[in-house]
Design a protein around this ligand. Sequence first.
Ligand SMILES: [Zn+2]
Length: 485
Amino acid sequence: MFRRRVIQTLALALLSACGDGGGEDQGIPDGPNVILISIDSLRADHVGCYGYKRQTTPNLDQFAREGTRFAQHVSSSSWTLPAHAAMFTSTVDSVHGCVEATGTALNPGFTTLAERFQDAGYATGGFYGGPYLHEVFGLGQGFDEYVYCDKSNREVFPGDKVEAWSNNPNNHARSHNGVTNEAVYGAAREFMAGTGKRPFFAFVHLWDVHYDFTPPPPWDTHFNPGYTGPVDGAGFSRNDQRYAPGMAAADFEQLVALYDGEIGWTDTFLGKLREDLERWGVKDDTVVAITSDHGTEFFEHGTKGHRQTVFDEVVHVPFVLWGPGRVPSGTVVEDQTRAIDLAPTLLELADLAQLDTGMGHSLVPATRSGRVEFANAAVSELYSIGFELRAVRVEGGKFLTDGRDGAPIPERWYDLGVDPGEQAASTEFKSGRGAELRQQYLQTLADGELAISRRPGGAVAADLTDEIRRALDANGYLKGGDEEE
Ligand SMILES: [Zn+2]
């Protein structure tokens, strides 16, 4: 990628030197800046404009009022790596193959969203705060700059400091406790401000909503002032007995208030972004997409965190699209949409060619009509740490398979119309809704939307050096169980 970029830059320089009739803007794309913001672990039902009881997201809500909000947006998975691979390639997990914690990387044969922008002459920058977005997993394809902004963890990967890092038991906890929004937004801001006349594509991954839930003041007490019990949000990712299904109501309220505090803290950076776009005078030349990779469980199905199920608390995520003059304001699309539809939408807004292997559809027509006109079964999968879950979600229903040997319930379905919490599984498939949903699932398989054979080469082994492997393993990243991303 770097080489192609250099060649392109040289070609542009030559054109300019020859005075080839185009003036100084020759070769600079005339599309809008495009900013993709992924707020890690943000479930849709804790966002103000999605009906939440608390004012967690005034800035996101303003983007939604001035743009288009997609009410039922569904992720491809319930953890960071595959969900972002789906966003970047417009393919579901069983197609991009980037699904396991033990080092699968995105096949370089895929053309990614960032590569499309880079090839078109955009400046491209990715800024992230969580370890599974590291370029070793292939997600850095197409970025001129791709920067890991978590200072506490960054030393893992260069290699020379790995031993010291992995021998320090505090490092894993620190990566979850650390406050990274300032570093991520600071780096992204510097990039966006420095691209001159060239439009940019910026990927901004805000990590702090991810557990542990230890927001900085005043957000640590903002939503539940006066609490004096034992819950401080730390240790949520571990077998800490303070966080259990039977925890006291007041402690549970505090736990959720701390998660909401992380959301409120993170939302302030969307306010900073708005101010910066206005200060730089580019508000009318910029498209902003705000979404999340997955949600967070609070014992709805017995467990906490994520990367354990594909129920709605972990796959229903927000998606807001904003762009004055390009994205209609005030539209709410109630029909279901998918993470794989994100890249086609951003490419159409920038008037760029679609991804050859993309499985999604542009939602630009839906921003105008308020309706999704294509068949939009949403596939959510989990193939990591021993799980083998596949769900096909349609309007009002979800079909779920558990492919593990000896799975207690290999196939079941939920009526989301009367059971949005997915508490009452049915295994009745002979007729009625169950038969319909099963047929829909089989059709999805037949259409190739789950077929592994369709993927162009699938994933490749991540180039994990022994040092990186040791460091990840020492901190539980390769073992599964309680340590999730
Ligand atoms: Zn994540």
